[in-house]
Design a protein around this ligand. Structure first.
Ligand code: PLP
Length: 381
């Protein structure tokens, strides 16, 4: 199989699988007083340290959640609970876990929202950010890396701008797509909240985390028992937490080798296509400020939707998994809100690599893609 949809989700690493297998029998309740339960508790705290190290945060500031969506929701809910009616700034290319949530709260008049525009390359202007900040602004939430284009946003700079205008403004970044693709350091970014999700870096689905700089007074994500220091009730997802800890450690350890390896694959892939004479390829996004693994491509005259449907019926009988710049599910193939915000009017294809991809995958996929385009062209004649 050619799997080039790593921004959607990733495979489990061998170490992660091993960790899950090794812990099948640790079913004890970590909140219990007996030794077996306490041993499990210790394992959870080790995983918290591993995740903390990945983003250079103290482990006590890491809360385990079920996914990035939950982490994003938790931050917005906290602000809305505490500062009803205040002003929140987000960008127009945020994941729907941010946009749907702020729009819901704005509709219910729980907050005012400014949605920052982007230019045709998906960039956010510093000037727009400065102008959007008012004396009522309580939170700015801008992603570190965009899931469709791979654009990296200058969060450190945005935090400096925001806090120089009003030091009380809190800053959240959704770093879901940054982990494993660039070093992430909460201190150097200067953020107050940061979201991540296990299944984007070779841990299983159903486990995420939220960094909260100042936990005192943070609104509980779930009410109930005293798990996660009372900030998220519910018996812990032990296997998920331990797996994410291992994935975090592995990601951090391999990052320096993995980034150039993936970048090389992506760049070889793009230069082969950009120099191909038969079809007109162009890159969507901020070419100079993208993560190493993402290639969002428009092929003149071809919809990403048609390509996604046709690419699997290839002469090599090879299953091919790629993404597209369409709305977030397999039923809705209209242009995504990210593409609309960038005024891109054609559905692109999104190829996203991981450390498990090889040059052979890339070479074969290029042949399959060209063949697919020829087939679509013939059918449309
Ligand atoms: N934020 C970003 C930037 C994403 O790319 C995604 C998933 O694609 C999410 C949030 C939601 O992640 P999860 O599936 O962990 O809720």
């Amino acid at each position: 199989m050619i799997y080039f949809d790593n921004n959607a989700t990733t495979c489990l690493s061998e170490k992660v699988k091993e960790c899950i297998r090794d812990n099948f029998d640790y079913y004890f309740n970590p909140s219990s007083t007996y030794q077996a339960g306490q041993a499990v508790k210790k394992k959870i705290e080790k995983a918290r340290e591993q995740v903390g190290r990945l983003i250079n945060a103290p482990s006590k500031n890491i809360l385990f959640t079920s996914c990035a969506t939950e982490s994003n929701n938790a931050v917005l809910r906290d602000i809305v609970y505490k500062q009803k009616g205040k002003h929140i700034i987000v960008s127009s290319v945020e994941h729907s876990a941010i946009l749907e949530t702020v729009n819901y709260y704005a509709d219910k008049e729980c907050c005012k929202v400014t949605i920052l525009p982007v230019d045709s390359r998906g960039r956010i202007s510093e000037e727009d950010l400065k102008c959007a900040i008012t004396k009522d602004t309580s939170l700015i939430s801008i992603m570190l890396v965009n899931n469709e284009t791979g654009n990296v946003y200058p969060i450190k700079r945005f935090v400096e701008i925001a806090k120089s205008i009003n030091p009380n403004i809190l800053f959240h970044t959704d770093a879901t797509q940054a982990i494993g693709k660039l070093p992430v350091d909460v201190n150097s970014l200067g953020v107050d909240f940061l979201t991540l999700s296990g299944h984007k870096f070779h841990a299983p689905k159903g486990i995420g985390a939220l960094y909260v700089k100042e936990l005192q007074g943070f609104s509980p994500v779930l009410f109930g028992g005293h798990q996660e220091s009372g900030y998220r009730a519910g018996t812990e997802n032990l296997l998920g937490i331990l797996a994410m800890g291992v994935a975090a450690e592995e990601t951090l350890e391999t990052l320096n080798d993995v980034i150039p390896k993936i970048r090389l694959l992506r760049d070889q892939f793009e230069s082969a296509l950009l120099s191909y004479k038969g079809f007109n390829f162009s890159i969507v996004g901020d070419r100079e400020n993208r993560v190493c693994n993402t290639s969002c491509l428009i092929i003149e005259g071809f919809s990403g939707k048609d390509i996604c449907f046709s690419v699997e019926q290839n002469l090599y009988n090879e299953p091919v998994c790629i993404g597209s710049g369409s709305a977030c599910n397999s039923i809705d193939f209209s242009l995504s809100h990210v593409m609309k915000a960038m005024h891109v009017n054609q559905i692109p294809i999104r190829i996203s690599f991981s450390r498990y991809n090889t040059q052979e995958d890339v070479k074969l996929f290029i042949k399959i893609l060209i063949q697919t385009l020829m087939k679509i062209k013939k059918e449309n004649k």
